[in-house]
Design a protein around this ligand. Structure first.
Ligand SMILES: Cc1cc2nc3c(=O)[nH]c(=O)nc-3n(C[C@H](O)[C@H](O)[C@H](O)COP(=O)(O)O)c2cc1C
Length: 214
């Protein structure tokens, strides 16, 4: 039981290129959404919603927008970074079986959201925990998930009809995969390496460690 949990945590990957496009069985979709909905939330506000996007036209429009934003980012890069980035796949919007737009409603449970009076971001943290629950549940079900954030919020809000004030937090590409890579794509393609756990641990006070690089 304990080993199974850590195994899922270590096997979870962000997927871009390995989606098969096969349908997600309805009971599996129910379970992963149920896992997301079981996440902790500030003041029990449960400020998330899930917009399930299958429509090819909606997905194509989103993909076009994401590719344009990819260019915006690429133009900020120079030399080696630009070359490395050009080889990276950053989304699997059309190849995945389903798009799930996860949203944040700051008005849910307000004005007196218990625990949010001093930290407005606590609402967003809650949505991210729901996403992580979904991601781990999907991994344990043998599905892949890819988080896409190359978009402007107003574009995605309009595309999926979000009412004023509700923010899109993520577009998740979800579906069966051929495999989950053992190493993150960004590391495999030389964009960035994972840092050792020991570098992230501080005792009593935060100490800037000499070996740390950006
Ligand atoms: C908030 C957030 C936004 C992300 N946005 C993107 C994205 O737009 N495109 C992409 O390919 N991966 C995206 N990722 C995935 C990360 O690149 C990935 O998690 C990281 O490289 C580590 O790889 P792993 O998740 O396989 O361990 C995002 C991840 C997070 C948490």
């Amino acid at each position: 039981m304990m080993e199974a949990f850590y195994d899922v945590v270590q096997r979870r990957r962000d997927v871009r290129g390995e989606f098969t496009g096969e349908p997600i069985p309805p009971d599996v979709l129910d379970r992963i959404l149920g896992a997301a909905h079981a996440a902790p939330s500030v003041g029990l506000s449960q400020p998330w919603d899930f917009v399930l996007v299958e429509d090819g036209g909606t997905r194509a429009a989103f993909r076009d927008h994401v590719l344009a934003e990819r260019e915006v980012f690429a133009e900020t890069l120079n030399g080696e970074r630009g070359g490395t980035f050009s080889k990276l796949k950053i989304e699997g919007i059309l190849e995945a079986s389903l798009g799930i737009v996860v949203t944040y409603d700051p008005s849910r449970g307000s004005p007196a959201v218990l625990g949010r009076h001093a930290i407005a971001d606590a609402g967003l943290y809650s949505v991210c925990l729901a996403i992580q629950n979904l991601w781990l549940a999907a991994t344990s079900e043998g599905l892949g998930v890819g988080w896409v954030s190359f978009y402007r919020e107003p574009f995605l809000a309009e595309l999926v009809g979000l009412p004023d004030g509700i923010r899109p937090v993520a577009w998740l590409c979800v579906g069966p995969v051929t495999q989950l890579a053992t190493v993150p794509d960004l590391e495999r393609h030389g964009w960035r390496r994972r840092r050792p756990l020991a570098e992230a641990i501080h005792r009593e006070k935060y100490v800037v460690k000499p070996a740390e690089t950006n």
